[in-house]
Design a protein around this ligand. Sequence first.
Ligand code: ADP
Ligand code: MG
Length: 241
Amino acid sequence: MISLKGIKKIYSTGDIEVAALRGVDLQIDAGEFVAITGPSGSGKSTMMNILGCLDRPTSGEYFLDGADVARATGTQLAEIRNRKIGFVFQGFNLLPRTTALENVELPMLYAGVPAKERRERAIDALESVGLGDRIHHRPKELSGGQQQRVAIARALVTKPAIILADEPTGNLDTKSSIDVMAIFQKIHSEGNTVLIITHEPEIVQYTRRVIYFRDGAVEGDKLVENPRNAAADVQSMNVAI
Ligand code: ADP
Ligand code: MG
């Protein structure tokens, strides 16, 4: 699904050059649930921008679901991004004045999906993240965890090759964070490929594979032993409260 070879990213500001990525090799298969983690400044956001086709590497190879990202023109890059990637952001990035349903319909409007199908697919996506009874609520009428679930539904609804989430639990309390991880575990179990970027070690425990970045390079890459079950953890927190 994702193949990176020798990815380098050099930022030049004036005479100063920063090597944010210093030769990254990575393979991620369809259906994996992966966390990229590492300390501040290790290159996670730079990697996210390249993986998400928001930016191109200075050098190296990047193939995403058959598309040659490193060699794509600006228009091609935008098209790969729109067709193959569903984004989830730390700050949810929902349109504040529109309902959950309208937020989830929007990417399909851009993709030219007919109105009736847009509505049906948006309702399905919201039901699949447990928000079937909140479809007409606006973001400010939803909790942070619920807003992030709307954002996950919006990312899913175009059936992207991969869901990319940048610090998806960064604005949430512990319980909402685990609740959001339960949704990621569910959509992973349904066959979706999910990659999250997080600096929180507790969040990594809910994924299946963890890739550690340090100083712009991959320092470790291993399977998570005994991944935690987020739905069960949320349940036991409810009992504790
Ligand atoms: P992380 O997300 O792991 O904290 P980043 O990818 O944001 O790391 O940053 C990696 C390195 O690249 C840091 O040294 C950072 O200062 C530098 N960097 C990031 N973005 C830019 C930019 N737009 N211009 C110059 N340097 C940058
Ligand atoms: Mg960052």
